[in-house]
Design a protein around this ligand. Structure first.
Ligand code: NAD
Length: 423
């Protein structure tokens, strides 16, 4: 864990946090200084500025990024975020975390991430399509099935992946499904991909509970974020016997200590655009939701949610990170001192990239698997990665984050060492 406390601005800078986490793991692994130096820097960063024709006439300029952190173990892999607050440091951090995540679950990818500074909800479908196609064109020198494969993240979805696939394919003159994952099944997407991250969160939680000789049965779960990850996680928690007592989205939260009827809530949110106003629930602020007494807290929205400002008020027994980077290193320290176990992002939400890997493999082979096959393989990989994380925690006598990063960083370092420094 980090040794020094930071200023508030530093505490929520995701790239600074990713670097602190790496520094900590480098110490634990006794990592060679030159390899540590390679891993501190993203391999490639591209910033693009581009115009989009707006419905009302005229054009508006947008800024986007694509960062490849490391490709030592294979092509770069990572999501694409459309959000008004995204910036280069956020994308750098997310790319670095992707490198460790892919290595931890032992799939042959490096790490990358992309972002466009925009509010997708304020764009018309035509504007969103134009923005996606132009951004794809601008980053096309970097992406490709052997080079860098985007996927959905906050603010993007299967439709946006379909536009990326189509744009890239138009430029090549033939269809290239493997350039992107998280596509609809009708154009080469994988069965199970839509739910994979949320299902993975639940499978990894079960792995964590197994080590306490507990099951999900009747555990009280609080989920922050009701999008691709949080929404699916809530559904699977409910289906696997847990009691989902509170959920939130960007507009606020809802609470029912007896447990929410999650399938009905999913329909309500799809109809109304928010979890708010769900019959039989009480409203609760997003901040208060994080501090509810519960067994399992699942932050599944954005990074920097559990900080040193609220870490001492968290009342969960266990935090399972559906989002990337929701707990700052300072908060990690506090939770650890308070005996609250944190199941880290690189393990907890790795189900998404794992099934993205399956999608890429299926696309390259033009041979597709059933949802049952996908989910069986997913469960096997997450169970193996979980075992490796708990074993590493034992070996290094550390918390789970340090252990998970040690497994991931160790594999990347080994790839760099064995490949050598070119030329
Ligand atoms: P999404 O856009 O589908 O959903 C985000 C959800 O968070 C929405 O419900 C939104 O309303 C809510 N939200 C935003 N700000 C909030 C706030 N301050 N408080 C409460 N809720 C808030 O995004 P997603 O794909 O579900 O991604 C969520 C997190 O999971 C991100 O950190 C992302 O990097 C991570 N992640 C996503 C995937 C994936 O496959 N989509 C995989 C691994 C990790």
């Amino acid at each position: 864990m980090p040794e020094k406390m930071t200023t508030v601005a530093e505490e929520t800078n995701p790239y600074q946090n990713a670097l602190r986490q790496l520094e900590n793991v480098a110490r634990v692994l006794n990592l060679d200084d030159s390899i540590h130096g390679v891993l501190q820097k993203p391999k490639r960063e591209l910033t693009v500025h581009f115009p989009v024709s707006m419905d009302g006439g005229g054009t508006r300029m947008f800024t986007g990024y694509r960062v490849q952190h490391n490709t030592g173990r294979g092509p770069a892999k990572g999501g694409l975020r459309f959000h008004p607050d995204t910036d280069l440091d956020e994308v750098r951090a997310l790319a670095m975390w992707m490198t460790w995540k892919c290595a931890l679950v032992n799939i042959p990818f490096g790490g990358a991430k992309g972002g466009v500074v925009c509010d997708p909800k304020s764009l018309s479908p035509a504007e969103l399509e134009d923005l996606t196609r132009r951004y794809t064109t601008e980053i096309s020198p970097l992406i490709g099935p052997d080079a860098d494969i985007p996927a959905p993240d906050v603010g993007t979805n299967g439709q946006i992946m379909a536009w990326i696939m189509d744009t890239y394919s138009m430029h090549r003159g033939h269809t290239v499904p493997a350039v992107v994952t998280g596509k609809p099944v009708s154009i080469g997407g994988s069965e199970g991909r839509l739910d994979a991250t949320g299902l993975g969160v639940v499978l990894v939680t079960e792995e964590a509970l197994k080590r306490r000789r507990e099951t999900l049965d009747a555990q009280r779960v609080v989920v922050q974020g009701f999008g691709n990850v949080g929404g699916a996680a809530a559904r699977y928690f409910h289906r696997h016997g847990a009691r989902v007592v509170a959920v939130s989205d960007v507009r606020g939260g809802i609470h029912n200590p007896q447990g929410l009827d999650v399938p009905a809530l999913v329909s309500h949110a799809a109809r109304s655009g928010s979890v708010l106003g769900f019959p039989g629930s009480d409203p609760i602020s997003g901040a208060a939701l994080l501090e509810l007494p519960c067994d399992i807290l699942v932050p599944a929205a954005l990074q920097g949610q559990i900080t040193r400002a609220n870490a001492d008020k968290i009342q969960a027994c266990m935090v399972v990170e559906g989002a990337n980077g929701p707990t700052t290193p300072d908060a990690d320290l506090i939770l650890r001192e308070r005996g609250i176990e944190v199941v880290p992002d690189v393990l907890a939400n790795a189900g998404g990239v794992t099934v993205s890997y399956f999608e890429w493999v299926q696309d390259l082979q033009s041979f597709f698997w059933t949802e049952e096959e996908v989910n069986q393989r997913l469960a096997r990989i997450l169970s193996r990665a979980s075992a490796e994380v708990w074993a590493a925690a034992e070996t290094h006598k550390t918390d789970l984050r340090t252990a998970a990063y040690a497994v991931g960083v160790g594999r990347v370092a080994e790839a760099i060492r064995i490949r050598g420094i070119y030329p």
